[in-house]
Design a protein around this ligand. Structure first.
Ligand SMILES: [Zn+2]
Length: 257
């Protein structure tokens, strides 16, 4: 892979302010407009606001000690710069590395409404994932457990809207929603799951429900893994999410990794 410092962070917000200190009320040294690039490899977290700041590389910005709020920029992993669809299972999407905002799998299909919370018709997943999900949810139903989908594929622009709304409500230190390009939902391989009434949607208590317990015990053999646990919050940058499950391929395929 190429030198990390050569890979730009791209401004997805309307603009990004370059500041002399990692705090919002410090002076703006310059403004980078939407679509512009900045370079840096180090993230610092402000202890009182929990906001992440990208320390800009002095090589690019002379003098050093310049910062841009992480809530305004995203970065694309070189392996995600592809023509066509990413192979399922090893896509690199986390807090550090993301997808181009216009990446959209070509094989998205609508999932049957019987698996959707409140019969919604607009949930999409990649074809292989939708098939694996149906097999898993049918198996759960045979065990008497009804599990529903409450979120599936989300486009880059849609994630941008959600993220910007979330930080305007809860501040740039929030960790509940991923920056655009950095959401596993954009892969078309990831679902948020809940009970048939949606009482435990996006709830930390979901893993105490029959649905959550069934998933913890059985999902892996259908190729689905929970992404965020309490013990990987630091590493992933996201809160623990017992409802968020990503498909990594059929288990016999992934064992070869
Ligand atoms: Zn999710």
């Amino acid at each position: 892979m190429s030198d990390k410092s050569q890979i730009p962070w791209i401004v997805f917000a309307d603009r990004a302010e370059v500041r002399a200190a990692p705090v919002q009320d410090s002076d703006s040294v310059r403004t980078v407009s939407h679509g512009g690039m900045v370079f840096g490899t180090q993230l610092e977290i402000h202890p009182s606001t929990n906001e992440e700041w990208l320390k800009l590389d002095p090589e690019w910005y002379g003098g050093g000690g310049m910062y841009v709020s992480r809530s305004t920029v995203h970065r694309v992993h070189p392996s995600n710069q592809v023509e066509g669809d990413l192979p399922i299972g090893s896509e690199k999407v986390d807090r550090w590395w993301g997808l181009p905002l216009d990446y959209e799998p070509s094989d998205l299909v609508y999932i049957p409404v019987k698996y959707a919370l409140r019969g919604r018709e607009d949930y999409q997943l990649r074809r292989e994932v939708a098939e694996a999900l149906a097999v898993m949810l049918d198996a759960a139903r045979e065990d008497g457990i009804d599990i529903r989908v409450t979120s599936a594929y989300r486009s880059g622009p849609r994630q941008r809207t959600i993220y910007l709304r979330n930080i305007s409500r809860n501040g740039p230190g929030q960790r509940a929603s991923a920056p655009p390009g950095h959401s596993e939902h954009q892969l078309g391989t990831t679902v948020d799951l809940t009970d048939p009434e949606g009482r435990h949607s996006f709830s930390q208590a979901f893993d105490k429900t029959p649905q959550g317990k069934w998933l913890e015990k059985n999902a892996n053999r259908f190729g689905f893994r929970r992404s965020y646990y309490p013990d990987n919050v630091e590493e992933t940058g996201y809160i623990s999410e017992p409802w968020h499950w990503r498909y990594h391929g059929k288990p016999e395929d992934s064992e070869k990794e």
